[in-house]
Design a protein around this ligand. Structure first.
Ligand code: COI
Length: 354
């Protein structure tokens, strides 16, 4: 398929003070978009000025939420070059989500080429300061105007870019997490592993309640026993427990996080043992009190490696690492961001230069 590059029609105002960058509120001048019609397939691929598009009010995505997305980042190196972190892993996961949501897959090589071309054109939007990056949001939505519940015959697939700072307002300050015993995110057999908007929409009620009580995020327990840790709103979660790293196994109900995957590799290389098993809420509460649980941290593209300082379950609150970032969490944050920003050589083939 040919990739058309349309001329820019104007430039957006931008945040010039990078210390004021927040997560996902500012977007760059251009976007990538392509369209799908059955039986024609994908067509009209173009890089165009960033602009609203018009959708029929009956578009399927607006009614039955047939939608998927991805999140990856481009990092500015000290020499001015731009590095992408594991982009093909994101593109492959995009296609896995597409299959789960009965949406058409994209041609991975073409999509990667279009993504790189878009970033090349928008290179001056990649911020320079430590802790900032260009967040890349590939998205696919069902556009066919029909009210019957069925997989659409028409789609838009697009990529937008946003220069970002830290996901959490407090940066690397430990987050406070509320463990929900009332609400669940997904059940086995559901769409938990797909990166689809509905999973996030379903999480809003509990996270709003948690936010009102001063918590940063909700930790979801499994839907069957309401006992075992699954994941946190916008990240996977790991625990340093009895000197081993424990994290929920990939069994269809949690996101197969690319940062999770990378962090587990780094942990293995540090010589620590990993247990991918169901950790219970009792183990968290008792472990924090008797010292067996030493650290907890979330992992995600947006969240990077985020220390957890406190958990609350029902009326019980426990603290970790005296409310400070733990030693292992800091080391993992430094190693991962070191590879991303080029301070540490990439011995894993995770980096793709633009
Ligand atoms: C990401 O980490 O890229 C995500 O997609 C999480 C998002 C919901 C902020």
């Amino acid at each position: 398929m040919e990739l058309q590059i349309l001329p820019l029609t104007g430039q957006k105002p931008r945040v010039t003070d990078e210390s004021k960058l927040v997560f996902g509120k500012q977007f760059t001048d251009r976007m990538f978009i392509m369209e799908f019609d059955r039986p024609k397939g994908w067509h009209s691929a173009r890089i165009a000025p960033y602009a609203p598009f018009s959708l029929d009010p009956a578009a399927l995505v607006l009614h039955y939420a047939q939608e998927i997305f991805e999140g990856l980042k481009a990092f500015r190196r000290p020499d001015g070059s731009i590095a992408l972190f594991r982009p093909m892993d994101n593109i492959q996961r995009f296609n896995r989500s597409a299959r789960r949501m009965c949406m058409p897959e994209v041609d991975e090589a073409f999509f990667f080429k279009a993504l790189k071309e878009l970033i090349r054109l928008e290179a001056d939007w990649v911020p320079h300061s430590e802790g900032t990056s260009l967040y890349i949001r590939p998205t696919m939505i069902a556009t066919e105007p029909v009210l019957g519940v069925k997989p659409a015959d028409q789609y838009f697939c697009y990529i937008i870019l946003s220069p970002v700072g830290a996901y959490y307002k407090g940066g690397l300050n430990p987050v406070k997490i509320w463990i929900s015993d009332e609400y669940i995110r997904v059940a086995p057999g559901g769409t938990g592993e797909a990166k689809t908007g509905g999973n996030y929409a379903a999480s809003l009620y509990a996270s709003t309640e948690a936010g009102a009580q001063g918590y940063d995020q909700v930790l979801w327990l499994d839907a069957v026993h309401r006992k075992y840790v699954e994941e946190v709103g916008s990240m996977n979660i790991c625990f340093l427990y009895d000197g081993k790293v424990v994290t929920s196994p990939l069994k269809g109900t949690i996101l197969d996080g690319i940062t999770r995957r990378s962090i587990l590799t780094l942990i293995r290389e540090m010589g620590l043992e990993i247990e991918e098993r169901a950790l219970s809420v009792d183990e968290i509460l008792e472990g924090a009190e008797n010292g067996r649980l030493q650290e907890a941290f979330g992992t995600g593209t947006a969240a990077v490696v985020s220390p957890v300082g406190q958990f609350t379950y029902r009326n019980r609150t426990v603290s970790l690492s005296n409310g400070r970032i733990g030693e292992l969490t800091q080391k993992l944050y430094d190693t991962l961001t070191g590879i991303q920003y080029g301070r540490i050589p990439d011995s894993h083939g995770w980096i793709e230069m633009i």
